[in-house]
Design a protein. Structure first.
Length: 117
């Protein structure tokens, strides 16, 4: 039988389509959900979660309109990896939104690569 849990979603800038910070009860991590357009804004770029080890998803519409493209990556820390996908040497043009799962506790760094497999 599944164990009940609660989610807390904080709309950081007051815009429900902007940065959202998600926490789950009894979990040492945190999720950030934001549109690509918000990447350069201080409310996203300066988040301490992005300085942590984690896994991220980049999503964007397919050209044929049949669903979304999905790219899964990991970073230690996350921020430099996302920066290269936004405008660096490994730029990914398709993504319009990102979801990042960051470890916020001690001893969770080794788990991120396992989630990417």
């Amino acid at each position: 039988m599944p164990t009940p849990f609660s989610l807390r979603i904080f709309v950081a800038d007051g815009d429900p389509d902007g940065l959202r910070i998600v926490e789950r009860s009894n979990w040492v991590g945190r999720a950030l959900v934001f549109p690509r357009a918000a990447w350069a804004q201080p409310s996203v770029a300066n988040r301490p979660e992005l300085q942590q080890t984690g896994v991220y998803l980049l999503l964007g519409p397919r050209e044929d309109g049949e669903g979304d493209w999905l790219y899964i990556g990991e970073g230690d820390p996350i921020k430099p990896r996302l920066a290269t996908h936004h405008s660096g040497f490994a730029q990914k043009d398709f993504w319009t939104r990102a979801i990042c799962f960051a470890s916020m506790g001690q001893g969770t760094e080794v788990r991120a690569p396992l989630l990417v497999c």
